[in-house]
Design a protein around this ligand. Structure first.
Ligand SMILES: [Fe+2]
Ligand SMILES: [Fe+2]
Length: 290
């Protein structure tokens, strides 16, 4: 990519954003909404890990120290923007038990901090950051298709496109820190498994709960057609992500060799120019690759 990595502090107004932001795929939208609800807690854990680790790097790794600083700033910006989205979701009052799920996730990270220490946190961070560019590629491919639909909510779509494009941008940081401090192949594989299953263990039950509430209230369609749609979108995501996660578990994997997903550079360029999610939404269709 030809764009200089930077921390983009993004203005946002979610008052007109929709929770059913992919009307043709509402179950998939609820999956991503559930991920969003957990992200500030998860990213807080990663920021703490990288902020501590940068102080332990060898003295000649000023480059990596600077990468850690950028990583922490970008993740803090992601959390802040997702918190604004999550406040919009919470404010709807549709999901009264939502906080039970986040309380459990918060307790998990507090326990990880208390019981497992920095090595665990860094391997978890690296595991999550391995999934980041894969989800970025999946999301940008899907998002580029959805941009052609007129009824998609471009504000929420732009939140994820910006966030995941920055995930691609800082994909090497946690990997390089783990290499510099621990250099452990099996630890890296363990971190990928731990972070992936831990995040899914939070997001799947929460998104299922949100969908049950939606169906009870008549906000979401029931029946075989809806079930087939969900099966198709979830299995599409599974079959895209799984082989790439397995490839990331090979000893020769290095995130620096990954190809930027289509649209990533365009999304980041507009993000740098506007620093405003609502303006990014207005210009979202400019980023569809020819
Ligand atoms: Fe992030
Ligand atoms: Fe990240």
């Amino acid at each position: 990519m030809n764009i200089k990595p930077e921390a983009r502090k993004i203005e946002c107004d979610f008052s007109k954003a929709r929770i059913d932001w992919i009307p043709k795929d509402p179950e998939l939208a609820q999956f991503w909404n559930a991920v969003s609800i957990g992200l500030p807690l998860l990213e807080g854990y990663l920021i703490r890990a990288l902020a501590k680790s940068k102080k332990l790097l060898p003295e000649d790794r000023e480059d990596l120290y600077a990468d850690c600083e950028l990583f922490c700033k970008q993740e803090a910006n992601h959390s802040k923007t997702h918190m604004a989205f999550n406040d919009m979701v919470r404010g709807l009052g549709y999901y009264p038990e939502m906080d039970k799920y986040t309380d459990k996730l918060r307790a998990d990270y507090e326990r990880f901090d208390r019981e497992y220490g920095l090595r665990h946190a860094m391997l978890y961070a690296e595991g999550f950051e391995t999934a980041g560019p894969i989800f970025a590629t999946y999301f940008l491919v899907q998002a580029n298709k959805r941009l052609k639909d007129n009824d998609v909510d471009l504000i929420t779509l732009s939140l994820w496109r910006w966030h995941l494009s920055e995930e691609f941008e800082h994909r090497c940081c946690a990997f390089n820190v783990v290499e510099a401090l621990y250099g452990t192949y099996w630890g890296r594989v363990g971190g990928i498994m731990k972070a992936t299953f831990h995040l899914l263990g939070f997001a799947v039950p929460l998104s299922e709960y949100m969908q049950r509430e939606d169906k009870k209230a008549g906000r979401m369609e029931r029946g075989p057609k809806a079930m087939l749609r969900k099966l198709s979108s979830y299995s599409g995501m599974f079959f895209f992500i799984t082989p790439r996660i397995l490839r990331a578990c090979t000893p020769w994997y290095n995130p620096k060799n990954l190809k930027a997903p289509a649209g990533c550079e365009e999304v980041l360029t507009i993000a740098s120019e506007t620093l405003d999610l609502n303006k990014m939404a207005e210009r979202a269709r400019e980023t569809i690759p020819a």
